[in-house]
Design a protein around this ligand. Sequence first.
Ligand code: F6P
Length: 409
Amino acid sequence: HFREDSMQKLYVAMVGLPASGKSTLAGRIREALLGEGINAEIFNNGELRRKLAGPRSTEASFYSPQNEEGREMRQKIALANMEAARQFLAGDGTVAILDATNASRRRRRLIQATLTDYPVLFIDCVNEDPVLREACIMRKTELPEYRGYTTQAARDSFVARIHYYESIYSHVGEDEKYWLLVDTMANRIVGESALESSPYYPAIREVVVCTWVKNLYLIRHGKTEYNEEGRIGGDPMLVEAGRLQAAAMARAMEGRVIKYIFTSTRRRSLETASYLSRDRPGCQVMQFSEFDEISSGDCEGMSYTEIRRKMPEITRARNADKFNYCYPNGESYAMLMQRVQRGLRRALFLAGGAPLAIVGHQAINRILISMFKRQRTEDIPYIFVPQDHFYYIENTPRHRLIERIPYDD
Ligand code: F6P
């Protein structure tokens, strides 16, 4: 029933609870399509709601399925945006992205019944990471619409709003023809009913799975006593040379905007980060145990020489397969991969596209670098991570940049 050229244009309808990463993904899809020369636009129900319904639509009760007035208003807004999207495609628009919860099957049926000229691809966003959900909720409480609320009242109200949506939310897949089910935190496609015939579908899918990075600075902590003695692990502070490195790093980063700094929970990471946050008042520093250095278990605090002498079998086994070798009661690089990747995804999600820095450790930074370098897994434990250079990384489907920049250039 579509028009003859129907595959030349597309509606994308986001689906998901508030704070599930829909708008972030919608923005990326738009940006990626624009980069391909495809005219894409976002039609956001929330923005229109704030304009049309004003402050009363901030109250949680506005979202109660029992609130008839709220329900009508939301439907009116949804229809207005559908109409705007339809006009966009009727003109020179190519991909119209409807950014709204579209949580109920009923709403999605309405979309499919209203927008019949071109196919509709539903993208259902799921975010089950409790840390990120909480962070997203807290971020919402800072929106202008919650001015006049205390933080606690804003949080309670937003959580109540989510509950109302939860009560009507169902995943895509029953009535919808084309859909993607996405784990937004993991950048994973969990299920799909593919729209292979659309020329935009492959590009959209790549955006979903891309570790999308705009401005990432990757820093290794400055020199510690352990570094000087070739000892591993532990929780040492920086030595004088390390403090000088951290100061040089901060100088080298001068003029570069950074909104978030993620550290490990180790003192050498925090101390190094303090040089960077010092002159950046609005910058948030967050500690992630995901970025703690590889645990060397029974070998913590020992030097490589000591290990070779006292436990030669460890040195031998590690040399034979450094990536997979797991220290007794400690970790391997292979194990590290999981938690570091989770840490990076959380950090990127929290930064929400703003420039961020991670102050990590040797093994941690090797894993992080490897995520953007595409190299053989077995080579990861040999990546050179100097303490007087930082990395600058950008990564989108069309563009990859990974630069190593010395502090005293
Ligand atoms: O030597 C510093 C350090 O960060 C140690 O804490 C850690 O065990 C080691 O680097 C990781 O590097 P490699 O895997 O090469 O031993």
